[in-house]
Design a protein. Structure first.
Length: 569
């Protein structure tokens, strides 16, 4: 969804949609200590039903249990009991879906509510009191007996006939759900919510929307058909995108979407915000970055916070961030400045369709808030946890891994002394193990009392390595040993230091005198000195101008086929 030409919301549906679905469920576990139950709705994981989400026929029992101060969930639900539930939040992380017995059937103008008594509610976004009273009076006349109605924002200006027609349709749908539930055995799906595209058009495509641009043609026709049933006058605003350039590319959205997966978001004045998501809490930090105002520190801080406030609200919508959110604005000494920033933040959040609650800014510049969580965030939808770092976002440094290898060599040598060791590791780690001129591996050999052969392996991740306890015969099968006078083709790994560049040939490390060579450059070397892990040589041909493709090893995405801890063979 674009607002004033700027990306405002981005929704993705992967796999079957369950939010809004109605199921006939069976209670499989009642947790007294949590005042909640787990119910089987036919999915891989049982759904979570909190006491506060148990409505309708159970209200009297709940109220009585509360008065008695009993562990109320056991007074309301029993194992094996069957009931109708609706998914209010999809499964996320290790948690199953959350469900409620308060069933809601949304239409374009109203929401029909089942199992929660009889009342009428009006959207808070309808601010005109006269219009609120009018809509409430209309709703009282058309509300089905024993059911509740919520008037949506789009109902403004609509008359009895339009609203009544939709209420009648939703009432028929509720009756079909009830009839199907009576003839079904738990667990089973009773009613399926509209897919993302059609639900979004129903909920968002209102008076303020200029047009809906759609591809492919099949979806365009389906949306036109839906609009013909719900809002015929708006069908002309549905536009088919038949350009050869894909829809998102035509609107320049691909780059914007990629930015939504980054931690750092730059602001126009050179400041930035950083977004860190955890399972239950999201922390957002505001930083002035390169920005300085002419009026001094206080003005710099105020202007930065004022620019950050609407962008934070926008990012929360775009990324579909829910749960507890803490925003760390830059500290402001003046209470008037804190008030201005808070007001700007609240005004920006008012555009959000998700329910938000915000506390006032603290003297430390912290704002605590909540945003209703209905499903997975955009990050969790589009991405998966890195199988290598496990979600940390960082890996061990080459020095840390090299020290780990040295400790492992000492342990191996003490437990079952081999003839020699062969170590394969990432090039950056191997360089640490070898040392600038082979001195560090020499010290390691002295410490373990055995020969140690270090070889680079550019296919490995930083913290993936192998230690092979070998015999001379096995070593000869595993690696090619260098000899004095041999000519090898090598790749430069490090720029010259004190006139010596470090290169690697077949995993073997070589120091070579070279004044000007860049990492990744191919060079031919004649070996003048050879050791087990490190040799010396001279360049026998000028270095080619072109850089070798994939010459500088990079950490692979994904886990190495080798263990991230040393394995003994």
């Amino acid at each position: 969804m674009l607002e004033d030409g700027e990306l405002a919301e981005y929704h993705v549906e992967r796999g079957p949609k369950i939010a809004g679905n109605v199921y006939k469920a069976r209670v499989v576990n009642v947790l007294r200590g949590m005042d909640a139950a787990f119910v089987d709705i036919g999915l891989d994981r049982n759904a979570f039903l909190a006491l506060g989400d148990v409505m309708g026929d159970f209200e009297e029992e709940i109220e009585a249990a509360r008065k008695e101060k009993a562990k109320t969930i056991a007074s309301v639900l029993k194992v094996g009991q069957e009931l109708l539930v609706q998914v209010s939040r999809t499964a996320m992380g290790g948690k199953g879906a959350r469900v409620t017995t308060r069933l809601t059937l949304p239409g374009r103008y109203v929401v029909l509510v089942l199992g929660i008594g009889s009342y009428v509610g009006v959207s808070r976004k309808i601010e005109d009191e006269n219009e609120r009273r009018r809509l409430r009076d209309v709703a009282e006349k058309i509300r089905p007996r024993g059911r509740s109605l919520i008037i949506r924002t789009e109902a403004q200006g609509k008359g009895d006939r339009q609203l009544g027609k939709e209420v009648a349709f939703l009432g028929q749908l509720a009756d079909r759900i009830s009839d199907k539930a009576k003839g079904s055995h738990a667990p089973s799906l009773i009613h399926e919510e509209l897919p993302l595209v059609f639900g979004f058009v129903r909920d968002v495509f209102g008076k303020q929307a200029k047009r809906v641009v759609v591809e492919p043609k099949e979806t365009y026709e389906e949306i036109r058909e839906l609009m013909g049933l719900t809002a015929p006058a708006m069908r002309r605003r549905v536009v088919l995108h038949d350009n050869k350039v894909p829809l998102f590319a035509a609107f320049g959205l691909e780059a914007e979407i990629e930015k939504l997966l980054r931690r750092r978001v730059w602001l126009p004045n050179g400041s930035h915000i950083t977004i860190e998501q955890t399972e239950a809490l999201t922390a957002i930090d505001v930083n002035s970055g390169r920005y300085t105002a002419a009026g001094g520190l206080a003005e710099t801080v105020l202007n930065t916070n004022l620019q950050a406030a609407p962008e934070i609200a926008r990012q929360l919508r775009l990324r579909n961030v829910g749960g507890i959110i803490v925003v760390d604005f830059i500290d402001m000494d003046k209470s008037t400045h804190r008030t201005r920033v808070t007001r700007a933040f609240e005004e920006a959040l008012a555009k959000d369709r998700a329910r938000t609650k915000i506390l006032h800014i603290s003297p430390f510049g912290l704002v605590e808030m909540t945003r209703k969580r209905t499903g997975a965030s955009l990050r969790d939808t589009l991405m998966e946890t890195c199988p290598h770092c496990g979600g940390l976002g960082k890996v061990l440094s080459p020095l840390t891994v090299s020290l780990k290898i040295e400790r492992e060599l000492a342990r191996e040598a003490a437990s079952a002394p081999p003839d020699l060791f062969l170590v394969r590791a990432h090039p950056n780690v191997a360089l640490q193990l070898v040392g600038p001129a082979g001195d560090r591996v020499a010290a390691t050999e002295k410490a373990v009392g055995k020969p140690v052969y270090i070889r680079s392996d550019p296919t490995r991740a930083i913290d993936s390595f192998d230690i092979l306890n070998a015999t001379p015969a096995l070593l000869a099968q595993q690696v090619s040993l260098a000899s004095v006078g041999q000519t090898v083709s090598a790749v430069v790994l490090q720029r010259p230091s004190n006139g010596i560049a470090l290169a690697v040939a077949g995993g073997y490390h070589i120091g070579v005198k070279a004044a000007h060579v860049e990492p990744g450059t191919n060079i031919n070397i004649r070996l003048t000195k050879v050791g087990r892990s490190f040799g010396e040589g001279v360049v026998i041909e000028p270095a080619p101008q072109e850089r070798a493709e994939k010459a500088v090893p990079r950490r692979r995405r994904g886990r190495s086929r080798h263990s991230s801890v040393a394995r003994r063979h």
